[in-house]
Design a protein around this ligand. Structure first.
Ligand code: 3HC
Length: 292
């Protein structure tokens, strides 16, 4: 199946950058969000990012302008879905919200359209049942910042068709990504399980007083070659996201060891979500309210 038109639902950090990735790869792309102000902010931030890429010589002005022209913004899901071949839902991580979106997409999108979710915690089987096309539903999980990170986890649920898997894997390659296929909906998929293991150990070392979080970050970078330490990464991803991922994992497994670490929970409860709120483990100036 050939994909031409892509709809991204949600214009937060993930949705907006996924939309930009698709437009840069030549796809006619629409980003939909119910909040017009979020769409406006996304449009401005993406234009600024393209300007920076042009200024750095990474992208030609004409290519940047052509990509921005391929990117539309709308508050209407129906309008965005009408001619879509593939939808990537990157809305809030709430099952009721996602099920409502998938039910609406099932009505509004052409019958051939694939409906993917960027969810990192909800396997697509949980939303597939809200549609009449479960075989065309899967996870397509991007990483933050989506414009930069190469990995896309394609996760099939038991009813996802092979055709859907093949199309989404190929599309991810066309987007310039390196897709990995995950054959079962396991909590955290693969990358977040790896990241979680490091984060949990870092939180233990810090909470037990063995080292400061700054020094733990330094060790991760200078001894292991990680681009960011685990605390910097939590701030980038959002402490709210890390917290809610743990809650969702705990809800699925029932294992108390999967609950958010108390140090993480304390920051979450004070509304310190990382870069997006200006404070997490670290403090950020006004220019860092949107991650970097
Ligand atoms: N959005 C878009 N682009 C960004 C960015 C952002 N938030 N932050 C940096 N960049 C771009 C820069 O513009 C620059 O682009 P260029 O190469 O074209 O000039 C490039 O990334 C490198 O940026 P910098 O030189 O400023 O800084 P770094 O070299 O430190 O790179 C980083 C920044 C790419 C964020 C790097 O630190 C990194 O890879 N960090 C780890 C990120 C990570 O692990 N992400 C996964 C999170 S887990 C997740 O998302 C899963 C979810 O389910 C929770």
């Amino acid at each position: 199946m050939q994909i031409k038109n892509i709809l991204v639902i949600g214009s937060g950090a993930m949705g907006s950058q996924i939309g930009m990735v698709a437009a840069l790869a030549g796809f006619s792309t629409t980003v939909q969000d119910i909040a017009a102000e979020s769409l406006a902010a996304a449009r401005d931030q993406l234009a600024e990012r393209m300007d920076n890429s042009v200024a750095k010589g990474r992208l030609g002005r004409a290519d940047a302008d052509a990509a921005l022209a391929r990117l539309r913004f709308t508050t209407s899901l129906e309008e965005g879905a009408a001619e879509s071949d593939l939808v990537i839902e990157a809305a809030t991580e709430r099952l009721d919200v996602k099920r409502a979106i998938f039910a609406a997409l099932d009505v509004a999108a052409p019958v051939h359209a694939i409906l993917a979710t960027n969810s990192s915690t909800l396997g697509s089987s949980k939303v597939a049942g809200a549609t009449s096309r479960p075989g065309k539903v899967c996870n397509m999980h991007f990483f933050n910042p989506a414009l930069v990170m190469k990995c896309v986890e394609v996760v099939r649920h038991p009813g996802t068709s092979q055709d859907t898997v093949d199309t989404v894997m190929e599309l991810a390659r066309q987007l310039g990504k390196a897709p990995v296929l995950i054959n079962q909906e396991i909590p955290g998929f693969v990358a977040n399980r790896l990241m979680g293991a490091i984060r949990d150990e870092a939180l233990r070392l810090y909470a037990d007083g063995f080292a400061s979080f700054e020094d733990i970050d330094t060790a991760a970078k200078t001894a292991l070659g990680h681009p960011m330490g685990p605390f910097e990464l939590m701030d980038l991803v959002g402490l709210d996201v890390s917290y809610l991922i743990r809650q969702a994992t705990h809800a699925e497994t029932g294992d108390p060891a999967d609950l958010p670490h108390p140090a993480l929970a304390a920051l979450y409860e004070h509304g310190h979500y990382g870069r997006k709120t200006g404070k997490g483990w670290y403090e950020y100036g006004r220019s860092a309210t949107v991650a970097k």
